[in-house]
Design a protein around this ligand. Structure first.
Ligand code: IMP
Length: 444
């Protein structure tokens, strides 16, 4: 069986955690390929409510192997804490595998993230302050430390001199450029040894694990983090994250062939939210925005920051659908709109008196765009907790159909509440099939 990707179609926080947890019942592997603990995937089930930052959302299903792929950046302290929380709740975490090629987020990355943001002043990106950008910078600059190295830190003589070289360089920047406090090499080395020792059992070449799984016909569910509009290449640069949350990131961030991904599921909220800086054309800075924020409790799962709120932006939605080749749309938080007498959808932007329906790449142009709205009548019965398409109120169904038309992709799944069972399956999309890519082979 092949791989399916679940990707955020907006600016993150679309509800991917719940969707992945729901779909994981039919899959053998759930894998993360990008980002790090800037993500906060909420899963509610019989064991409680969890905000997962690094561990894939399939961890609650005993038949699922969870993989943190090479494209993810891993903060070992955060990961160990998350594993402890899961274990305390009775979740077996031995089914987690971490790529030896995944880069480590070090304390100097976290320090630099905070210092760099502070120095940006009014043009701050609004990062999560978790060291994500600086860790990816080091990866590209070829000075990053990878999980495989961390696992061997105690046995490898070269580890300490290498760490010393990096820490010396980072401390020069932290103290001389930003006037911050230096990182202690001794303390960091001791922490690395401990992290390596504790995480070693999980570390493996995950591309091989996944290539073998696909060759054996297992289904792999790929869990995106953040959203396509925060993509380093395709998002609203520079107000983006430092990785590729779009479909392209899944191939490089896992080491699996393009032919293996047969389904690309775009998760969209029924309205828009965004955390941090950057354009949000449909932003509601009024009472309606406050009402959505309060009703939906739109506060960051990772940082607790209030999320910016707006109506559904079909221009941006179609852009991300085309970018990712979505084969299905998963619509979440429809129930929040139960509380409005009418809802709006942005169907075009107005730019200097002209209507445009594409997302401009230039930030300054995007900032000048005004939303052109279509108003849709609200519905008089709740969608909350509905589990069948036929039971959705007519008005809600009309809203879903209009979004489907505007995005250009069928809405196959609708989430009507935070619990697993509060889900409408319009069309099951994880199907039995054949992996048609080249099977991994050893040399003869
Ligand atoms: P960073 O990923 O911490 O560098 O943050 C860069 C931008 O992406 C900021 O605007 C963050 O608020 C945003 N961001 C990062 N991760 C998430 C997420 O999981 N959900 C929503 N926004 C995110």
């Amino acid at each position: 069986m092949p791989a399916y990707a679940v990707i955020g179609g907006q600016w993150g926080d679309e509800g991917k955690g719940k969707v992945v947890d729901f779909l994981a019942q039919d899959t053998k592997y759930v894998v993360r390929y990008s980002g790090g603990n800037n993500a906060g995937h909420t899963v509610i089930n019989e064991k409680g409510k969890f905000a997962l930052h690094l561990v894939p959302s399939g961890i609650f299903w005993p038949h699922v192997t969870c993989v943190i792929g090479n494209g993810v950046v891993v903060d070992p302290a955060v990961l160990l804490e998350e594993l402890a929380t899961l274990e305390d709740a009775g979740v077996d975490t031995s089914r987690l595998v971490i790529s030896d090629r995944a880069h480590v987020i070090m304390p100097y990355h976290v320090a630099l993230d905070v210092l760099e943001e502070r120095s940006r002043g009014a043009s701050a990106i609004g990062t999560t302050g978790k060291g994500i950008g600086p860790a990816y910078m080091d990866k590209v600059a070829r000075v990053g430390i990878r999980m495989g190295e961390l696992a061997d830190a105690a046995a490898e003589e070269a580890f300490l001199p290498r760490l010393e070289q990096v820490v010396t360089h980072k401390n020069a920047i932290i103290t001389k450029v930003y006037g911050g406090d230096p990182i202690s090499l001794r303390d960091l080395y001791a922490r690395c040894l401990e992290w390596g020792e504790r995480l070693k059992p999980y570390i493996q070449p995950t591309e091989v694990v996944l290539q073998d799984a696909l060759a054996q016909g297992e289904t792999v569910l790929i869990e995106g983090a953040q959203g396509a509009l925060l993509d380093i290449d395709h998002g609203t640069y520079p107000y983006v994250t430092s990785s590729s949350p779009s479909i392209g990131g899944a191939y490089t961030g896992l080491g699996i062939p393009p032919s293996s991904i047969v389904g690309s599921l775009g998760v969209y909220k029924a309205y828009s939210t965004r955390v941090g800086g950057g354009p949000l054309v449909t932003e509601l800075l009024d009472e309606t925005g406050d009402k959505i924020r309060e009703l939906a409790w739109e506060f960051g799962a990772t940082t607790g920051r209030p999320r910016r709120v707006g109506w559904f932006d079909a221009v941006a939605a179609r852009y991300s659908a085309n970018l990712n080749g979505f084969t299905s749309v998963v619509l979440t938080r429809l129930d929040i709109l139960d509380n409005f007498s009418s809802v709006k959808v942005c169907t075009a932007y107005e730019l200097e008196g002209k209507r445009i329906t594409h997302l401009p790449s230039s930030l300054s142009v995007l900032e000048r765009c005004k939303p052109v709205y279509e108003e849709i009548e609200g519905w008089d019965a709740p969608t909350a907790s509905v589990t069948e398409m036929e039971k959705l109120p007519r008005g809600a169904l009309a809203y879903v159909r209009r979004l489907e038309e505007l995005i250009g992709v069928p809405v196959d799944l609708i989430s009507t509440g935070p619990h697993r069972e509060e889900t409408v399956v319009n069309r099951p999309f994880i199907k039995k099939g054949e992996f048609r890519g080249a099977k991994p082979r050893s040399l003869p």
